[in-house]
Design a protein around this ligand. Structure first.
Ligand SMILES: Nc1nc2c(ncn2[C@@H]2O[C@H](COP(=O)(O)OP(=O)(O)OP(=O)(O)O)[C@@H](O)[C@H]2O)c(=O)[nH]1
Ligand SMILES: [Mg+2]
Length: 247
């Protein structure tokens, strides 16, 4: 069984804290710890979308599918820094507690610490140290708006999670979806108009060719009830990873 060793875990924990406390010295820290610029590293997936749309729940379901394939996964879950406590609530982690005992998964919560676009400080450097010890790094942004597109510059595969809200015009607006390789429409069971929204999303967002030649895919999922997760992971995320590896 593929695992992330205890040594790697404590190294990650220490380095992430150091990088966030001294973001200005990130390059120096990486160099002194022996992280080469051109090292081959794990695939990076960004999951973004509005607050409460189901990102953490979706990631917790994804972990089960990815672990069946024996992939080692690091999850970086970004939560807003609380103005009151100066920390993060760690709410994302609570949603992923199923995977806490799994030696192939490492989950770390990060507070935004004043960073823009629902990201956090030193994110690029943190992703680098994480991707050195696993097959897949998943970054969950803090609850993001349509204009928070910065995450796509840090990742190989960009996923946006949307709720079936709005109409065709909403779907046609640029923003996050424009950069997404994979769109997950999180359909809450039993809501009227869902099917129509999913169909419209497929027509409007699906199939568009992106910079890397990939045609965007749209999946209907139900994160809470764990429906549609396997095709989303296999035909969406892992297929995009495979497509990038081919080129
Ligand atoms: N009924 C239903 N509830 C869902 C679904 N997905 C998520 N939820 C619920 O919505 C709430 C928020 O889900 P999260 O997974 O924490 O959403 P999030 O996008 O990670 O939220 P933030 O990290 O706060 O931005 C939780 O109570 C979930 O159980 C779904 O598909 N159906
Ligand atoms: Mg969350």
């Amino acid at each position: 069984m593929n695992v992330i060793s205890d040594g790697d875990r404590s190294r990650l924990a220490r380095l992430i804290t150091q990088l966030q406390d001294e973001p200005a010295r990130a390059d120096e820290t990486l160099a002194s710890e022996g992280y080469a610029e051109d090292a081959v590293a794990g695939h990076v997936v960004g999951i973004s979308g509005a607050g409460g749309v189901g990102k953490s729940t979706l990631i917790s379901r994804m972990l089960h599918v990815l672990r069946k394939d024996n992939l080692r996964v690091v999850v970086l879950a970004i939560d807003p820094t609380s103005e009151r406590s100066r920390g993060a609530l760690l709410g994302d982690r609570i949603r992923m507690r199923d995977s806490y005992g799994d030696g192939g998964v490492f989950i770390r919560s990060l507070a935004t610490r004043g960073a823009q676009e629902a990201l956090t400080v030193a994110l690029g450097a943190i992703i680098r140290v994480c991707s050195a010890v696993c097959d897949l790094v998943i970054v969950e942004t803090a609850g993001a708006g349509q204009v928070d597109v910065g995450i796509h510059r840090h990742v190989d595969t960009f996923v946006t999670v949307v709720a079936p809200l709005g109409d065709a015009i909403t779907l046609m607006k640029s923003g996050q979806s424009e950069h997404a390789h994979v769109v997950a429409v999180n359909v809450r069971r039993g809501l009227e108009g869902n099917d129509r929204f999913v169909q419209q999303a497929g027509v409007i967002l699906g199939g568009e060719s992106l910079d890397d030649g990939w045609k965007r895919k749209v999946f209907a999922i139900d994160a809470k009830n764990s429906e549609g997760i396997e095709p989303f992971v296999q035909e969406g995320i892992l297929a995009h990873r495979e497509a990038l590896n081919q080129t």
